[in-house]
Design a protein around this ligand. Structure first.
Ligand code: ADP
Ligand code: ASP
Ligand code: MG
Length: 468
C-alpha cells in the first residue's frame, strides 16, 4: 500500500488535478499489471489548493482586526476559485454535490468570521478551524474528480482520521488513537479496492476539536498515516524534481540528490529544505518506510529516494539547507557558567516559554543559541536577565551543510567555512555524528555565501574532452 501526498501546487487548478489523476491512473495500471489482477487500494493525502492556507490565515487576520468586509470579500474570491476548480469533476451529479458542500463550508466560514470580527479576537483554536477548511475542501474535490474519471475513490474526513493533542496550530499526533481511527475509516474503502482521499495538515483532538499540524504539515500527515497503516512507500509529489543540492530560490541550477538517508533528509528538512516538513521523516524511520520526493509536472523524473541507509555517492557533500529569520541569543555570566546547574537553569527558561533552540555553542563565559520563533523572545530575555547578561541579534541565517565527506576528511570543514569568502561567520557547530556542519551568518550575506559554497562543492563536473 502506497501513500501519495500532493502539495498545493499539485492541486492548484483543474489542469493540476488532471495531472494528479493521470499519475494515480498510471500507478494503478502498473500495479494491476504486476499483480496480475486488480490494483490494491491506495491513500491520497492532499494539501489545500496552492496559496489557500495563506489566504485563510489572512481572512482570520482580517476578522481579528475587525475588518469583516475585507474578510467577506476574500472569502467570496476563495469560494469562486473552489467552485471553478470543481469543474474538473466530470459528472454533473457528484459535481453538484461537491458544490453544495463547498457552499455549506463557505456559509459557515462567513458566520465564523462575522462573529470573530465583532469580538476582534481569533484564538488559536479558531485559527485552526479556519485554516483546516483549505484541506477539507481540496480533498473533497479531488476525491470526486478521481471517481468521475473512473478511479473509484472515497473522501475520508481527516478530522475523524488523525487524532492529535490540543496544541493548536502545532498539534502532535497521537499514534495509537490515530491507528484505530484510520482502521475504522480508511481500511473499509481500501478493502474494496478504492482510493481513500484525505486532507493533509488537519486533525482533531479526542474530543473532536479541529487542529492543524503546523505550516507545511501535509507531508507530516502522509507520513503519520503511512506509519500507522504500515505503508510500503510514502510519495511526496511537489513542484521540483526532488531534494535539491540547495534551495532553488536562492541558488541557480541546483542538482537533484538521487538518494538520501533518513538522517540526512531530517537534517536538511529541519534546517530549511522546505520541500519536506521537518517532522515527516520521524514516522517513516519508526517503521522503516521509504519516502520518495517526486515532481507532479514531470512524473517520469527519477526524484529523490530516502531510506535508512544509502549507497555512497562519491561526492564529499550531499546538500545545503538554509533558514532565515533566525535570532541569536547570547547569555553571558562570568560567575555562573562553570557552576553546575547553570545550563539547566538557562534551558528551563526556553522550556517555560516553549521555544525550541536550534544551534548551541559555548565559550568560556558565553552560551549562544539560535531560535527561529521570536514570539516569546522578549519574555525569555527578561527571564534570562535575572541571572545573566543577555544580548539578542536578529536577521540571522543558519546554513547547514550535510555530507558523508565530513566524517572522513578532517580538512573538509575548514574548506566549507573558507568557501563562503569574506562573510562573517558567527557560530559554528558540528554534531557528534559529524554528518553535518552548521553555521550562522547574517541574513544579508546568505545569497552570496550560498552561491560561493554551491559553486565550490556542487558545480557540475566538466564535460570530458571531446564531448560536444
Ligand atoms: P508543496 O506545496 O508541494 O508541499 P513546498 O512549496 O512546500 O511544496 O516545497 C517545495 C518547494 O521547496 C520548492 O518549490 C522549492 O522552492 C523549495 N525548496 C527549498 N529548499 C529546497 C531543496 N533543498 N530542494 C528542493 N526544494 C527546495
Ligand atoms: N496547506 C498547508 C500549508 O500551506 C499544509 C501544506 O500545504 O502542507 O501550510
Ligand atoms: Mg510543503
Amino acid at each position: 500500500m502506497v501513500v501519495m501526498k500532493f502539495g498545493g501546487t499539485s492541486v492548484a487548478d483543474q489542469s493540476a488535478i488532471e495531472r494528479l489523476i493521470a499519475i494515480v491512473r498510471a500507478q494503478r495500471q502498473a500495479e494491476a499489471q504486476q499483480e496480475g489482477g486488480d490494483a490494491r487500494g491506495r491513500i491520497l493525502v492532499v494539501s489545500a489548493l496552492s496559496k489557500v492556507t495563506d489566504r485563510l490565515l489572512g481572512i482570520a487576520a482580517n476578522a481579528g482586526a475587525g475588518d469583516i468586509e475585507g474578510a467577506r470579500n476574500n472569502l467570496r474570491e476563495l469560494r469562486q476559485r473552489h467552485t471553478t476548480v470543481s469543474s474538473v469533476i466530470g459528472d454533473a451529479v457528484p459535481r453538484e454535490k461537491v458544490i453544495e458542500f463547498l457552499d455549506r463550508e463557505f456559509d459557515e466560514l462567513e458566520r465564523v468570521v462575522q462573529a470573530l470580527g465583532v469580538l476582534r479576537e481569533v484564538s488559536p483554536r479558531w485559527l485552526d478551524a479556519i485554516a483546516a477548511s483549505g484541506e477539507i475542501l481540496s480533498s473533497r474535490i479531488v476525491a470526486a474528480a478521481l471517481s468521475s474519471h473512473g478511479l473509484r475513490a472515497e473522501w475520508v474526513d481527516a478530522r475523524r482520521a488523525v487524532v492529535t493533542d490540543a496544541e493548536h496550530t502545532a498539534a502532535a499526533p497521537q499514534f495509537p488513537e490515530t491507528t484505530s481511527s484510520l482502521m475504522a475509516h480508511v481500511d473499509p474503502p481500501l478493502a474494496t479496492g478504492r482510493i481513500a482521499v484525505l486532507g493533509g495538515f488537519v486533525g482533531a483532538t479526542r474530543e473532536g476539536v479541529t487542529t492543524t499540524l503546523g505550516r507545511g504539515g501535509s507531508d507530516y500527515s502522509a507520513a503519520i498515516i503511512g506509519a500507522c497503516l504500515g505503508a510500503s512507500e510514502i510519495q511526496i509529489w511537489t513542484d521540483v524534481d526532488g531534494m535539491l543540492t540547495a534551495d532553488p530560490r536562492l541558488v541557480p541550477n541546483p542538482h537533484v540528490v538521487p538518494h538520501l538517508s533518513f538522517a540526512e533528509a531530517s537534517e536538511l528538512a529541519y534546517f530549511g529544505a522546505k520541500v519536506l516538513h521537518p517532522a515527516t521523516i520521524q514516522p517513516a524511520v519508526a517503521r522503516n518506510i521509504p519516502v520518495r520526493i517526486l515532481n507532479s509536472h514531470r512524473p517520469h523524473a527519477r526524484g529523490t529516494l530516502i531510506t535508512g541507509e544509502r549507497p555512497p555517492s562519491g561526492r564529499p557533500l550531499t546538500a545545503i539547507a538554509s533558514k532565515t529569520e533566525v535570532s541569536i541569543v547570547s547569555i553571558t555570566s562570568t560567575r555562573m557558567l562553570m557552576a553546575h546547574g547553570f545550563l539547566r537553569r538557562l534551558f528551563e527558561v526556553f522550556e517555560r516559554w516553549k521555544t525550541a533552540v536550534d544551534v548551541i555553542t559555548t565559550s568560556e563565559v558565553t552560551v549562544s543559541v539560535t531560535v527561529d520563533d521570536r514570539r516569546r523572545l522578549p519574555a525569555i530575555v527578561e527571564a534570562l536577565s535575572e541571572f545573566a547578561e543577555v544580548d539578542a541579534e536578529h536577521d540571522m541565517a543558519i546554513v547547514c551543510v550535510v555530507g558523508e565527506g565530513l566524517q572522513n576528511d578532517p580538512h573538509l570543514i575548514g574548506q566549507v567555512l573558507q568557501s563562503v569568502g569574506e562573510v562573517e561567520i558567527r557560530l559554528v557547530s558540528q554534531a557528534a555524528s559529524r554528518r553535518n556542519v552548521t553555521f550562522v551568518i547574517r541574513e544579508a550575506d546568505l545569497a552570496h555565501a550560498l552561491g560561493r559554497l554551491h559553486q565550490q562543492f556542487f558545480a557540475p563536473e566538466p564535460a570530458p574532452a571531446g564531448f560536444a
